[in-house]
Design a protein around this ligand. Sequence first.
Ligand code: SAH
Length: 345
Amino acid sequence: MRPLADFSLEELTELVESMGEKKYRAKQLMRHIVAYDSFDEYTDLPKTFINSLRENYIDRVLVENTRVVSSDGAVRYLFQTVGGDLIESVFLPHDYGNSVCVSCQVGCAMGCGFCASGHYGLKRNLSAGEILSQVLFIARDKRNEGGINKLVMMGSGEPLHNYYNTVKFIRLVNSEYGLNIGMRSVSLSSCGLIDGIDRLASDGISCTLSLSLHAACDDKRKKIMKIAERYTVAELVAALKRYFDKTGRRVIIEYILIGGFNDTDADAVMLKNLLKGLCCHVNLIPLNKTEYCDFSPPTKKRAYGFCEKLKSSGVSASVRRSMGSDVAGACGQLKNRTVEQKIKK
Ligand code: SAH
């Protein structure tokens, strides 16, 4: 059975018509998918229609397993999918509104050395409805705390490695009958699959694109990211320039600062030279510790020193405040807990 949350408005329209219902029911269904997670609550629809939906489609895509609340207000949710996989999402309250960080895959195939999400490899892609349901669940849960204004695709998984469902998800949240969240309020973070970056631009997806660069030269990048064997940093920057030319959207460069590895002034100069001519902002992320790697975060002084070095050479940069690290909910700390739970048994 397929989750109803997987359906676009066009697909819902085809579905309701094939069931002998009027076209307007599709918009009604889409609104219900946002508001409720049970067919029982679709009370304004004909009983026979609801019953045949019930027989063929899934209403509740995710069930909460546990949640952990951080001292900074971030909440890490652990959800169970219909098939029994466990996935994580994070609620992030900010002064300017609330965001949700979603996972797009169970596990991850990219195998970056500093990131917990890829430790056990990729189990499977999440469907668009499974990605959407993370946001819907949290939006309902936080209904009285101002709702959700921003989405970040920075949880487990590589969005451009699950391209079809990622783009479908972005279109679903963007829909006026869905959550109606603007493309500009969606950030997609990628380790840099160049084909995907080019496809995003040609498919008219003008979200905020964040590139996980983490090193300014190929040698260093290869030491921490497998994907660096496939694409050079120069090719990545060229792809980002094309993305900017097509969408007019400034890109974000994510750069994890790893103590003694990529945090010297010489690294900052190399980064400045690499980014020459690219309209971007550099987000510096002091490494979050995970149990799987021996790297260390930089000292606070070094992190801000690196940032100042970039700024004084004309590069827009800031040090990212990481939320949720005390509950393993910060960047790079989300993981495929299904495997761990199986191992623990
Ligand atoms: N696959 C995507 C999105 C998931 S990771 C990507 O690679 O961008 C989201 C962000 O967290 C990325 O910038 C990633 O590099 C960063 N991240 C991963 N592990 C981290 C860690 N241990 N400390 C800080 N940031 C980390």
